[in-house]
Unconditional design. Structure first.
Length: 408
């Protein structure tokens, strides 16, 4: 890849907008960032593409996952399966991007097109970006306990700072109810425990699965960690702790999906638990202990296996710190490296020149010339570089075609 720096770009721009001087701009780095944004809205350069695994696996009956920070909603180029680095063009049902509304309706029907099995969408909540993917892995799971009531499948008992344990048949995620309780500021440790669930075999999920449960929070500044303990006896158990939901790096107000990874290398193993006979579950909450957390809810503890999938997309961060390697969407220093090839750099240069011309160039003739150069550079780039990008048609974008045999 060709090496260009922000300092080189500024020098080139001084020729493009001459006799104006780019250094006279009130915010030259901001102008370059704006030019980059407009470039990425017009073309999708392959040299700016990245591949990223979606979380570490896609799980049956789980549909919301962490999203790469530098992913824009309309710049996904392809989906692939991590095993064998296989793209999904030969899937019987293509992966299809739909609107949030269509995803919630679990359909992608637009203009008479039949509903696809594999759909995804990009969603924001409380300033966090998520990717939502339909349940297409086809891998069955196991329910440890549905938590519909205090006495269903054993008896739940509060401990520590948890009190007022009750059944809630109004606000829940699955089944017919959830467990509701308060976490007081009497101490910073508390939770709920069930000593007598029906024995569950988790052995086939070790190292390839997660335990998921839903937790609803009334505030997000108190909770520090949640620990899940799975016992085969009082002295033999697995202990797994999380500090955030499985799909983002911070607890969110409302329902949070927690994912406890069943990895023998990272979870604590106390004694010699028998994974084929888990009969005792404990959920422990560690808080700051400074404020009460009223009406915390927990619902449905389930086991799920996963399959690793990823996406190829055009990143919106193209400037890299020469020393740390950190990527930015806005340049920080003249030494920052611009991650693109020669052809892409030339178009970027024209877009940035057009932004600066509006601020610095007084002659309308010169402004029109620079804008014309940008249009010509964009047209030439698109003629020479085939974009591996699927344009959106109404609310549908399909990745892959109907042919061949079903894979995965």
């Amino acid at each position: 890849m060709s090496i260009f720096t922000v300092g080189q770009l500024k020098l080139d721009l001084s020729r493009d907008v001459s006799p104006a001087n780019p250094d006279d701009s009130r915010d030259i780095n901001g102008a370059i960032a704006q030019g980059t944004e407009e470039l990425l809205s017009s073309v999708k350069p392959k040299d700016l593409s990245k591949r990223s695994v979606i979380e570490n696996a896609l799980y049956d009956q789980v549909n919301r996952y962490a999203c790469p920070e530098d992913l824009d909603t309309d710049k996904i180029m392809e989906w692939y399966k991590l095993k064998n680095n296989q793209d999904i063009s030969s899937w019987f049902n293509p992966m299809t991007q739909v609107s949030n509304r269509a995803f919630s309706q679990n359909r992608g029907n637009q203009g008479g097109i039949s509903s696809p099995a594999n759909i995804f969408t990009i969603e924001y909540q409380s300033g966090k970006k998520f990717i939502k993917v339909s349940d297409f892995t086809g891998v069955s799971g196991t329910t440890i306990t549905e938590m519909n009531s205090i006495t269903e499948n054993g008896t739940w008992i509060p401990f520590g700072s948890v009190n007022n344990l009750a059944e809630d048949n109004l606000s829940y995620v699955t089944g017919s109810g959830a467990l509701r309780f308060d976490i007081t500021n009497s101490s910073n440790i508390g939770g709920i425990e069930n000593f007598n669930i029906e024995p569950v075999d988790i052995e086939e999920f070790l190292n390839v699965g997660k335990v998921f449960t839903w937790v609803e929070l009334p505030n997000v500044k108190q909770l520090q960690t949640v620990t899940l303990s799975l016992y085969s006896s009082l002295t033999d158990y697995y202990e797994i702790q999380v500090q955030s939901p499985h799909d983002t790096d911070d607890f969110q107000l409302g329902w949070n999906l927690l994912g406890f990874e069943l990895d023998r290398e990272t979870m604590n193993t106390i004694g010699t638990p028998n994974p084929a006979a888990i009969n005792h579950v404990k959920v422990t909450f560690e808080s700051n202990g400074t404020l009460n957390m009223d009406s915390v809810r927990v619902d449905n503890i389930v086991l799920r296996k996963g399959e690793a999938y990823g996406i190829q997309y055009v990143a919106n961060k193209v400037f890299q710190d020469a020393d740390s390697g950190i990527m930015y969407s806005r340049p920080q220093n003249d030494s920052d490296v611009i991650i693109c090839e020669y052809n892409t750099y030339q178009v970027l240069r024209q877009f940035c020149a057009a932004i600066l011309a509006k601020e610095l160039v007084s002659s309308q003739t010169d402004i029109d010339r620079i804008e014309s150069d940008k249009t010509a550079a964009t047209r030439l780039y698109k003629n020479k570089n085939k974009e591996e990008y699927i344009d959106e048609t109404q609310t549908l974008r399909r990745f892959g075609v109907y042919y061949g045999n079903r894979i995965g």
